[in-house]
Structures are given as C-alpha cells and as structure tokens.
Design a protein around this ligand. Structure first.
Ligand code: XIL
Length: 344
C-alpha cells in the first residue's frame, strides 16, 4: 500500500518535472549538460554516404541533439594511412570542421586497434618495423589533429573477452609495453586531449573488467598519462547489467582518479523488432544513462550513430539490429524516451 502510493507519487513528480523544466523540448545534449555531463554525443560515418542524406544530417548537425561527434571510421589507421608514411586526413578534417561549425566537440577514434589496419601492417613480422610504423602513425595523427579534439581513444580493445591481454599483432610483437608508450607519445604531442583506453564488455564487471582494472591501475601507478577509460557500451536488449553493476564497473576506474565515458552505445535486439523489445530497449538505454549520471566522473555518453539506417550492427550481427534511438526513417523510437527519462 505505502509502496504503491510512494510509487504513484514518484511517477507523478517525474511527470511534472519532465513536463516542466525537465524533458520537454530539450535536446539530449541540453539535458545531459543540465545534469552535469560534458555532452551527449553521436558517432557518424561521414565516409559512408550518410552525409548526403539530408534528414539524417539535419538531426546530426542541426538539431542540437548532440554536443559531441566521433568519427565512426574517418580517423582509423586503415583509412588515414593506407600506404606507409602517406597520410590522408580529408575525412577526419571534414568531420572536425562540420562538428565544430555545429557547436560540437570531437572525440578522436582510434589510434591503435587490431582491426581496420592498413594491409602493410598485417604483413610485418618483426618488432622493430612494427614499433617504427606504429609510433610514426600515432605521432603524425595526433599532431595533425592537435588542438581539435577533446579526447583520443589511444588504444582500442586491448583485452581478451575472457580476461587477459588480447593477442594482437601489437601485443605479440611488442609486448604490452607498447600501450604505456602509446599514451606517452600521444601526450607528448597533445597535452589537452584526454587520453582513453577504450574497450567493450567492461560493463559486466567480470573477468575482462578485472584484467582491465589491474592493467589500468598499473599504468596509473607508473605515472603513464592515461586520463580515462571508455566503455563502448555495445549491449543487448534485456541483457544490460543493472545500474549497480554498471556503477561498480565504472567506479573502479574513477576511484583511480580517471574519467570514464560510454563511448559507443548501441543496444541491439534479435530482429524483427516488436513493441515489447522496443519498450525493453527504452529501459535499457535509461539504465545506461542512470549509471553514468550516478558516477561523478562519467563525463558523457555517445551513441554509435543515432539512426538504425546507419548502424554497423546488421553488418556484423546479421540477425540483429534496431540498436539505436532513431529508426531507419529518422523517427525517434521509445529508446529516445528512455534516454530522456534517464536524463531527467
Ligand atoms: C565500426 C564501424 O561503425 C563500422 O562502420 C566499421 O565497418 C567497423 O567498425 N568497436 C569500435 C568501433 O571501436 O570502431 C567499431 O566501429 C565498432 C566496434
């Protein structure tokens, strides 16, 4: 009885707030900033043709829904340095320029990752050559975008899904020391960009997260200029950890004095979608937002693009999709309301 009345009262208060100074007519970024986050952002792939899609671009760059933009591909090694020592930053430059014009800050993604590498990297078999190309790449790219970016994902996905270090070409040839060195090299050039270690499935506070916690603690203890840990947030509808688990997972890093952020959020489902799945997805987005807000040094949330029309999910998980807050027709889904509910 009491619990019911309290619940009703709570819902009423939430509704009044949402209709008053809270949710109404405010964009996701405005709500996020009001709650103390630095931004609510979106990734976008300006190389994919999506930027010829006017309704899409209107939401991305004109609606003020997003205060931060991350290139989904344009700054990756395999796209900027297809031949050793030959750099092409056209895509990244376009995104930075458009983002800034739209009043958005920009995150850099990603300097060293085992995926989407240029072909020549995969053929390297000796440590000296790999070291030389890796650090030449890091230095050139950080220098190029110096002053333009609030953050860099310095290393991406360096942990194995079941715990331990991922056995990438970098780890196998250079040993884990290249990670500390990468942070030092980036920081020596750009003192202002927040330097991130970015990975997925850290949200579950399980074995992979335990590896991350002890590895990152080691970097911090050695004075490595790592400033933050990015939680990608590629999650599944109905399988999102609780707010408590997420807060635990995030806090392990903020307790070390680091920032955290959700950097690539999407919450996918088995297709076809149903109203029930979309409703669950709204709750799941709300959970992620609530967790970030509950951790003082969680600085922002980025969705990995905002419209299902341009989501990477169906390409990689063929039976899954509908992972983002806007549908393929640029209409807001219940997930959008879930984010707003989390932010109000
Ligand atoms: C994805 C892009 O969205 C796709 O367009 C591309 O084909 C593959 O990469 N984790 C990351 C991102 O860190 O860079 C990935 O982006 C998604 C998973």
């Amino acid at each position: 009885m009491w619990t019911t009345s309290i619940l009703v009262l709570h819902c009423f208060a939430t509704l009044v707030l949402a209709g008053g100074s809270g949710g109404k007519n405010r964009t996701l970024n405005q709500l996020a900033v009001q709650q103390g986050l630095h931004y609510f952002g979106s990734a976008s792939d300006n190389l994919s043709g999506s930027w010829d899609d006017e309704p899409y671009v209107d939401i991305l760059l004109k609606s003020h829904e997003f205060g931060q933009i991350t290139p989904a591909n344009a700054m990756k090694w395999g796209l900027v340095e297809t031949q050793r020592g030959v750099y092409n930053y056209t895509g990244g430059d376009q995104l930075v320029k458009a983002g800034k014009k739209a009043g958005m800050v920009v995150r850099g993604h990603a300097l060293v990752w085992h995926s989407q590498l240029p072909d020549y990297v995969g053929t390297i078999t000796d440590a000296a050559t790999l070291h030389s190309v890796t650090f030449a790449h890091i230095k050139d790219e950080v220098k190029h975008f110096k002053g333009e970016l609030i953050a860099w994902d310095v290393v991406n996905e360096v942990f194995e899904d079941t715990g331990g270090m991922r056995e990438t070409i970098f780890y196998n040839l250079l040993g884990e020391g290249y990670i500390a060195e990468a942070f030092r090299a980036a920081h020596a050039i750009d003192k202002h960009a927040k330097l991130y270690l970015n990975d997925y499935n850290l949200e579950f506070a399980d074995a992979k997260w335990e590896t991350a916690v002890s590895f990152v603690q080691g970097l911090v203890d050695s004075g490595v200029p790592i400033h933050a840990v990015g939680f990608q947030g590629h999650l599944l509808v109905g399988q999102v950890p609780t707010v408590e688990t997420l807060v635990k997972a995030l806090s392990a890093f903020t307790d070390m004095g680091l920032e955290v952020a959700f950097t690539e959020v999407d919450i996918r489902m088995e297709m076809p979608f149903t109203d029930d799945k979309l409703a669950q997805q709204a709750k799941d987005y709300q959970t992620v937002v609530e967790a970030c807000l509950a951790v003082p040094k969680c600085v922002g949330i980025t969705v990995w693009d905002f419209s299902d029309k341009y989501s990477w999910i169906p390409g990689v998980f063929p039976t899954q999709g509908a992972a983002l807050p806007w549908d393929e027709n640029m209409q807001k889904k219940p997930a959008y309301g879930g984010i707003v509910a989390g932010l109000t």
